[in-house]
Design a protein around this ligand. Structure first.
Ligand SMILES: [Zn+2]
Length: 310
């Protein structure tokens, strides 16, 4: 049976952009009778909080989403990621990188040239000799571990965004802290769980070629991908929690329950009329991946106005 999933990071309450992507992922899976898994991406020990994981799951449940057990926590899988890193390192596919974030951002940028905005790594440490490395370690620099991507490109046919091709940089697989990177963990976890359909926000489209490289190196079959256009605030920027009444708790203060929020999300997806509050069974019947909006959902100031406290 096919498998889909949603994988929130427990760093705060989910906002309507997160909830909408979760709803789409659930609709993709359940409309085809697939299993649907939940994975808590709690590798960031500073920002991730168990209480947020619980409130996020409670919010998803309140929207009417359900999932198959068990809920996986990345923090319980560190040995598995370490083993995967070791496999790549033993195969000669990695190298240590001593660059700071700032060095990477500014690398290769001539004066007045645009900085390197996406953190695309220019390969600064790829050719370091053993002596170079010893020197940097003597200076107290701890390396991250990067993959040798050899400048390869990967293409895939996104179920929402259409064909996409991207060149893979030598991305980090193990951070300076020793924790696995997001890009490594997501591939290991989806593969281990048998995930065949990845539905997530389209801010991750450009990372997908990196994931395809890892699937190839591990000789595994990649899933299909559906990247959901983001939700934008009134200023046209990516929605954030500070943008007004955007969480279920915020909406409750406005007197809106989870059913009303779900209906709002359903309208934004073309699955409900202006005054309807369809249940999830109805949404499943109406769902057609080919009909999903291809454009971001733009919120108006009135959409997210918080309750007046005066
Ligand atoms: Zn470097």
């Amino acid at each position: 049976m096919p498998v889909g999933r949603y994988a929130p990071s427990p760093t705060g309450d989910l906002h309507v952009g997160n909830l909408r992507t979760a709803l789409v992922a659930w609709l993709f899976a359940r409309s085809t009778g697939s299993r649907f898994l939940m994975r808590i991406e709690d590798l960031d020990a500073v920002a991730a909080k168990a209480a947020y994981a619980e409130s996020q799951l409670a919010d998803l449940s309140a929207l009417g989403l359900d999932w198959d057990e068990p809920v996986v926590h990345q923090s319980g899988r560190l040995d598995i990621y370490a083993e995967a890193v070791e496999t790549l390192r033993d195969a000669g596919l990695t190298y240590p990188c001593y660059c700071s974030r700032r060095e990477i951002r500014e690398a290769g940028a001539a004066p007045n040239a645009p900085l390197n905005p996406d953190g695309f790594y220019p390969g600064t440490c790829r050719g370091l000799t053993a002596t170079d490395r010893r020197e940097r370690e003597r200076d107290g620099r701890t390396p991250a571990l990067r993959i040798r991507a050899e400048g390869r490109s990967f293409s895939f046919d996104d179920l929402i965004a259409g064909p996409y091709t991207g060149t893979v940089d030598d991305f980090v697989i193990e951070r300076k802290s020793g924790e696995p990177s997001y890009n490594l963990a997501v591939v290991i976890d989806d593969d281990a769980a048998g995930v065949e359909q990845v539905v997530r926000g389209d801010d991750l489209v450009s990372s997908t070629p990196r994931h395809l490289l890892l699937y190839e190196l591990f000789e595994r079959t990649p899933p299909s991908y559906a990247h959901v256009p983001l939700v934008l605030n009134a200023a046209g920027d990516r929605l954030a929690k500070r943008d007004g009444a955007v969480t279920l708790a915020d909406r409750a203060e406005l007197g809106e329950d989870a059913t009303q929020v779900r209906s709002w999300l359903a309208r934004s997806l073309g699955l409900a009329g202006p005054t309807e509050t369809p249940d999830v069974a109805t949404l499943l019947e109406r769902f057609d991946a080919a009909e999903l909006p291809r454009e971001p959902w733009r919120l108006l100031p009135a959409d997210t106005a918080a309750a007046s406290t005066g």
